[in-house]
Write a protein that binds this ligand. Sequence first.
Ligand code: ZN
Length: 493
Amino acid sequence: MSSKTFYPALIFTLLIFLAACGQNDSAEPHGADEARGMLEEGKYESKATKDEEGTEQAISVSEDIHMNVISFVEEDDDKFVSMHYPEFEVKEMDMLIEAFAREKLDVFNTLLSSENISDKFTPQFNMTFQTNELSENVFALQFDIDSYISEDVTFNESEVIMVNKDTRTILTGEELFGSDDESREILYNVLLENMKNNSNLAGYVDEEHLRNWVFEPTNAFTNVRFTTDSAIFTFSQSEIAAAAAGAPVVTVDLDDIRNALANNITALIDGEYMSSERAEDEDVEEAVEKPGEYEIRDLDPNSKMIALTFDDGPDNELTPEVLERLSNYEARATFFLLGTKVNLFPDVVENIVNAGHEVGNHTWSHKDLTTISFNEITEEIVQTNEAIIDAVNVAPVVYRAPFGANNDEVDQYITLKNVDWDIDSEDWLTHNPAAINEMVRANVDDGKIVLMHDIHRETVDSLDEMLSFLTAEGYEFVTVSEILHYKGEYGVE
Ligand code: ZN
């Protein structure tokens, strides 16, 4: 669990969520049923759009709106969960986003409980997000969600939430669709056509009810959600089709309904957001300067050394505090970064590198590499190295597999050196500075690598004591490349 916990008020937030941007009147979050339905119909396909927008359109969060990332990384015997979503310190918006993320995890857990899980496979849930500037005052949060239920059952989806920077609110369906008759007529025709072409719905469409629904002046379009290229309408049973059709889900191409959207939204969908070619063009024009690498310092090989490592960052709030603690002891460390967060907080990465620390690759989205394909592994690693090079023009030469899960097969695909750890501080488990220090104290020795995470407040709080103790014991704080250089291979593998 990260420094933020999910409150007991979750049920409340879910209710608010459903009322504000969820379903009409269904009592259950739509996600689980829908996901199951889509799984059965084979509609979950690999996403085509992941990160095609590239880094160019990431919002400058520091200038426009303050953003933190809530990270929830959990490993146990049953499953791996890695979930990252934004927090803007705007209460209503944060509640909706948290409820959204929570609901996606609930879908995963529901699917998990309905599957027979083999002992050999660890199911995992993975959620990352990126920000894309849509217009001067609107940006999109694109959530990429990958779930691995079993060897045969996986699903991916990309969902988009649009945020109005000026009002600091999530755009509602009401704001997204044009209110004039012409816009509504377009929407009606597209929905009708889609339903008629859908063999599950074709015979059941209630055209009059559908028309009334579309043209209803008070329609707030709360049943619509967006992906990068489609709008998905989820209706209640009997709302616009005969009861026998169940609760219809109608997916339409954004292209088809662009003229049904409010003017400012049409402009943004027609604009940069949907054009990945433009981002690629800009890439080509960038000056190419060969990236540097971490330089190993000239140290006395006989001195006692320890390598502190911090995974799962950079964090907008906590990483700077870690840097401050380290600098008080002139300690160097290694930060194994998630590409998705490098993309969000390049300034923090710059501060890490400028302070003399080493940066390593911890993949893009923290997936268990042993369960994904060669192409996905490559994407996870390459994309992250590129993001780090983009941010600081330094190329990592080390990587750490998420959850420490790797094998020879994975390693042979990755040219970076895999670096595990000798001492797990268990900060992710205990969330207790005294316990964290006890783990380190009990296991410390010359040449050891310590695993910590700069996404937990308690880890930051453990550092003063740790640095002070290890200094008193005569340890020099070095990076992983340095410890491997001077002390040779460590005990793992
Ligand atoms: Zn990790």
